[in-house]
Design a protein around this ligand. Structure first.
Ligand code: ARG
Length: 586
C-alpha cells in the first residue's frame, strides 16, 4: 500500500550526507536503500541508520568498525551537531538546535509553513472517492468512517499541494432500488404489509419511511419469494426509463440527499462533487462495448463476465441485461480519467469490498485506464462496540445520530466538570460541547490505522487524560490560556536554546521538526493515524513540561512561551488536518 511520492527535506539531506560518506569509504550504495528512523529513546539521537550493518553483512565486515569508518568521512554540515556509533553498528545523528528551532518557527508562521508544504505535490492531481452512502438507507457508522478518513486524506494531500477532487459515489442505482420501488408501489396500492402511516403520499415520505420499507421488503421476501423477482423487474423498468419507476426513484434521491446534506453540514464536511452511480447511466452501453471489444469477456449463463487472473470473474452484465455495481465503477474510472486526468485515484471504502476493488483495478489495468500513480483502495476496518456499553434504538444498524447524541451527553458532562469553564458564555459553551462531541468521535475513528478495526469505548473516547480528541482539545485550550496570560503571546521565534535548557524543554523542541515528515508519511501511507499519534506525542510532552515548569514571570518566559505557542500551532494544524475543531476555552 505504501507509495513514495514525496521527498522530505531534512531526511533527504541527511541521506545525501550518508551517501557521500559511504562512497568516500569505498562502498557503492543505492540512496533509496539508506533507511533512517527516529530512535525511540532520544539519548540515541534524532535519526539513526543501520546502513553500516547492511553493508558489513554484504561484505563480511565488522559492522561497528565499518560504522566508525563511515562517520570519519562525515564532514561538517549545517544539519548535524554530532554523530555517534551505537550498539552493533547503528549510526546516530543529533540535529543542530538551530535546525530544530528553525523548523519550529516555520510551523508558527502558518502561511509560510503551508507554502513550504505545498511544494511537494505541485502539478499533481488526485481524485478521492469517499463517504458514498446509499440512498434510502440511513447514514451509518461505516459511512462515517469513510467520510472521516476520506476527508483527512483529502486534507493531507491538499496541504501537500496536490490538486484534490473529492467525489461522492452515492449508491443510487441497482437492484436494491428496484426492491425499494417495489415496496413503495405496494405501499401505494394499500398492501397492508407495507403500510406506512394512514394515507400513503409519495410527497410526504421521510427517510425513516424509506428505511422502514426497505427493511420490511427484506423481511417479507423471506416468506414471499416472488417479491425478489418483483424487485428485479422494477430495476429493469428503472433502467429502461419507466415513468413511474423514475418518479419514485427521484423522490427517494431528493429525500436522501437532503438528509445527507444535513449530516455533512453537522460534520463540517464538504465533498466537491456528488456523482451517484446513476450519473454514469448513459455511459454504460459504450463501456460494456469497449470492455467486450478488448476480448476479456465471456458469456456465462446468459450473463457477461470479465475473466481475471487469480480471482473470481467480475459480472459486467446480468442475464436480464441490467448493469452492475462493477460496470458502473468501470464507467466511473473512465469518466474521472477523461475529465480530470488524475495522477492518483483513492477509494476510501470498507474492507468488505476488497474483492470488488481488486476486480475493478485489474480490469482497469487490462483496459489501460490506469493513472500514473495508480489506484488505491484504503479499506477501512469495522467499528466495534465493547458489548453492553451502547445499544441502538432498534438494535440493528448503528445510526450516526444516536452516536452523536450520546457523545453530546458525554461532552456536556465534561463541560460541567471542567474547571476552566467558569467564564464561558452560553454560546461558547454550546460551541465547545459540539466541538468536543464531534472531535471525540472523529478522533477515535482516525487514531486507529484505517485498516484496523476500531473499538468504540466511550470512556476512552471522551477521556481528558487519555489518547483522545478531548485530551488534545484540552491541551490546546491549556496552551491558549497560558498565552493569554503573557504579554509575549505572539512569540513565534527565538534566537537559540537557553544555556540551561532542561530535559522537558529539550524533549519538546526535538519533536516539532518531525511534523512535516509526519504529514508526508501520513499521506504516503494513506493513514491519518500517523498525524493523530504524532500530535498526541507532542501533547503528552507538553503536559509533562507544563506539570514541572512555571512559564509566566520566569527568566525562561520567552523560550517557554515559544514552546507553548509552537505546541498550540502543531495541535491546531494537526487537528485541522483531521477535520477536528479546536476551542479556545474548555
Ligand atoms: N455506496 C457504496 C456502499 O455503501 C460505496 C461506494 C464506494 N465507491 C465506489 N466507487 N464503489 O457500499
Amino acid at each position: 500500500m505504501d507509495q513514495r511520492f514525496f521527498k522530505m527535506k531534512i531526511a533527504e539531506d541527511l541521506k545525501q550526507i550518508i551517501l557521500k560518506a559511504v562512497e568516500t569509504s569505498g562502498f557503492k550504495v543505492d540512496k533509496e536503500k539508506i533507511k533512517l528512523e527516529h530512535p525511540s529513546d532520544i539519548n540515541f539521537g534524532d535519526y539513526s541508520t543501520n546502513i553500516a550493518m547492511v553493508l558489513a553483512k554484504e561484505d563480511g565486515k565488522n559492522p561497528r568498525e565499518l560504522a566508525n569508518e563511515i562517520i570519519k568521512n562525515i564532514g561538517n554540515s549545517e544539519l548535524i551537531d554530532k554523530v555517534e556509533v551505537a550498539g552493533t553498528g547503528f549510526i546516530n545523528f543529533y540535529l543542530k538546535p538551530e535546525v530544530m528551532i528553525e523548523e519550529a518557527e516555520t510551523i508558527n508562521y502558518e502561511v509560510e509553513f503551508r507554502n513550504k508544504l505545498s511544494e511537494y505535490g505541485k502539478n499533481k492531481t488526485m481524485v478521492i472517492d469517499y463517504s458514498a452512502p446509499n440512498i434510502a438507507k440511513p447514514f451509518g457508522i461505516g459511512h462515517l468512517r469513510s467520510t472521516d478518513i476520506g476527508q483527512a486524506i483529502y486534507n493531507l494531500y491538499k496541504i501537500l499541494g496536490w490538486n484534490c477532487i473529492g467525489d461522492n459515489h452515492i449508491g443510487d442505482w441497482g437492484t436494491q432500488y428496484g426492491k425499494l420501488t417495489a415496496a413503495i408501489i405496494r405501499a401505494k396500492n394499500g398492501d397492508k404489509r407495507f403500510q406506512i402511516g394512514d394515507n400513503f403520499e409519495l410527497e410526504k415520505m421521510t427517510i425513516a419511511d424509506l428505511e422502514k420499507l426497505y427493511v420490511t421488503f427484506h423481511k417479507e421476501a423471506e416468506v414471499d419469494e416472488s417479491l425478489i423477482d418483483e424487485g428485479r423487474d422494477w430495476f429493469a423498468k428503472l433502467e429502461n426509463g419507466d415513468k413511474e419507476a423514475r418518479e419514485i426513484w427521484q423522490k427517494c434521491i431528493d429525500i436522501s440527499l437532503l438528509e445527507f446534506e444535513k449530516v455533512y453540514q453537522m460534520l463540517g464536511v464538504h465533498i466537491d462533487f456528488i456523482h451517484g452511480e446513476s450519473f454514469y447511466e448513459d455511459m454504460l452501453p459504450g463501456i460494456m462495448k469497449e470492455i467486450e471489444g478488448k476480448g476479456i469477456t465471456k458469456k456465462s449463463e446468459g450473463a457477461t463476465i470479465v475473466e481475471l487472473p487469480e480471482m473470481p470473474p467480475a459480472m459486467l452484465r446480468k442475464s436480464n441485461e441490467t448493469t452492475t455495481y462493477f460496470t458502473r465503477d468501470m464507467a466511473t474510472i473512465k469518466y474521472r480519467i477523461e475529465n480530470w486526468n488524475p495522477d492518483l485515484i483513492v477509494y476510501e471504502v470498507g474492507v468488505d469490498q476488497q474483492l470488488h476493488f481488486r476486480q475493478v483495478f485489474e480490469t482497469a489495468k487490462l483496459m489501460g485506464w490506469w493513472p500514473k500513480n495508480g489506484m488505491i483502495h484504503v479499506a477501512h476496518g469495522l467499528i466495534r462496540w465493547p458489548t453492553g456499553k451502547f445499544s441502538t434504538r432498534k438494535g440493528d444498524t448503528i445510526h450516526l445520530s444516536d452516536v452523536i447524541e450520546k457523545a453530546t451527553e458525554e461532552a456536556e458532562k465534561i463541560a460541567e466538570k471542567s474547571s476552566v469553564n467558569k467564564d464561558l458564555t452560553a454560546t461558547e459553551k454550546g460551541k465547545m460541547i459540539k466541538a468536543v462531541a464531534l472531535g471525540a468521535i472523529k478522533f477515535s475513528d482516525l487514531a486507529a490505522d484505517p485498516r484496523k478495526d476500531v473499538i468504540f469505548d466511550w470512556d476512552k473516547i471522551m477521556s481528558l487524560d487519555g489518547d483522545s480528541g478531548p485530551y488534545l482539545q484540552y491541551t490546546y485550550a491549556r496552551c491558549k490560556s497560558v498565552l493569554n496570560k503573557t504579554a509575549i503571546r505572539e512569540q513565534k521565534n527565538i534566537e537559540t536554546l537557553p544555556e540551561d535548557v532542561n530535559e522537558d524543554e529539550v524533549a519538546l523542541i526535538r519533536e516539532f521538526y518531525k511534523f512535516e515528515e509526519k504529514i508526508i508519511e501520513a499521506a504516503e501511507r494513506f493513514s491519518p493515524a500517523v498525524i493523530a499519534e504524532y500530535i498526541l506525542g507532542v501533547a503528552r510532552k507538553y503536559n509533562e513540561f507544563y506539570a514541572k515548569n512555571r512559564i509566566i514571570d520566569q527568566k525562561e518566559e520567552v523560550f517557554r512561551v515559544f514552546l507553548t505557542k509552537t505546541t498550540a500551532s502543531v495541535i491546531e494544524t494537526g487537528l485541522d488536518l483531521l477535520g477536528i475543531e479546536t476551542v479556545e476555552k474548555m
